[in-house]
Every structure is written in C-alpha cells, then in structure tokens.
Design a protein around this ligand. Sequence first.
Ligand SMILES: Cc1cc2nc3c(=O)[nH]c(=O)nc-3n(C[C@H](O)[C@H](O)[C@H](O)COP(=O)(O)O)c2cc1C
Length: 188
Amino acid sequence: MVNNETLNMIKQRRSIRNYNPEQIKEEELQAVLESGLYAPYAWETGKHFTVIQNKEMLERLNHLAKETMKQSKSEDLRKMGNSEEYHCMYHAPTLIIISGNEKAPIPVHAECAAALQNLLVAAESMGLGTCWLYSVIMAFDSPQGGELLKELQIPEGYKPYYSTTLGYKKDSVVNVPEKNRNNITYIR
Ligand SMILES: Cc1cc2nc3c(=O)[nH]c(=O)nc-3n(C[C@H](O)[C@H](O)[C@H](O)COP(=O)(O)O)c2cc1C
C-alpha cells in the first residue's frame, strides 16, 4: 500500500465533538483558511468564507438552528432540537461557514464542499479538531434567517451551504476505522 503524510492525514481525520474552550491561534486559522482558497473552484466568485469567533453569535446560531430542528418532520432532528445537552457546534470556539454564489451559472455547492474538505484535512495536519456541520446551517431557515445573513455580512446572493467547527481537541482520538470497499466498481 502507498503510504505518505497526506494519505495519513486524510485517514486520520475524524469528526470531533469535544473541544477545549481555548481559542485557536490566528496563524492556525489563517493556514486553515488558505487551504480553502486553494481548493478547486467552478466560478471565480463562487464562494465566501465567514469566520465566527464571537461567543454570543455562536450561541445565537445554536439557538436558532435548534429552534428550526424542533419544527422538523424528522423525529431525530426534533429530539436534537429539544435536547438541553445538544449543542450544534459542540462548544467549539470557531465556526467557519462557506456560502455559495447563487448567481453563478454552475452549481457552486460542490466547490463549497471541496473547500470545506480542504479545511478539515488542513486542520487535522495541525492537530486541530473539526466537525462538518449541516445542523448550524438550519439557523438560516429560521424566521430570523434573513437578519442573520445581514449580521454575518454574507454577501447578497450568497447562500450558506456548509460549515465546520474548529478548535483544540479535548481528547486525542486516533481511531482509524477500516472502510468497506464494496461500493467501488472497477472496469478494467
Ligand atoms: C454534509 C455533511 C453534513 C454533516 N452534518 C453534521 C452535523 O450537522 N452534525 C454532526 O455532528 N456531524 C455532521 N457531519 C459529520 C458526519 O456525521 C461524519 O463525517 C460521519 O459520521 C463520519 O465520521 P468521521 O467524520 O469521524 O469520519 C456531517 C457530514 C457531512 C458530510
């Protein structure tokens, strides 16, 4: 098997749901963001990154996302919304949201996802924890969603698609599961 540092980082990354409250260093944040800028893109102005480190705003996003979950058709989501313990961001000190330009003639959500995955792997290479989150995006489906877009200065016409937490891991989880390969077909 081929083995190198990049492959190891990709395999080692796991969703982290337990963080130290300490904020990450600015240089770490900038390095993670830079990895997103180098991701493949479909459109020059396809995406926008929003970095949120303001505690009040993080709590507000959690609250609004959970309010939306409470109204969901899915019982699982309703349970999460109603749970006192559940925190959409697992109390991570940083959240990055990637929004896509709705005016682009190509579906830019794919480029947002590519950038997000770069952030996750770059963060792992620095020992930082991440968790890809859809849950928090539900805050934008709340009645206050429009207001939130303005407060977060998400450019007009951009839609929040994906997000990730960023922070120092509370426990160092290095559980690399074996993956099922039955979903690969080879035509040779
Ligand atoms: C599109 C997408 C949305 C996700 N949303 C959430 C989420 O809202 N909350 C959460 O805790 N994890 C979320 N995850 C993380 C997955 O649960 C996780 O990646 C999966 O269970 C595999 O675990 P691993 O990341 O540790 O390999 C999401 C992942 C993806 C790709």
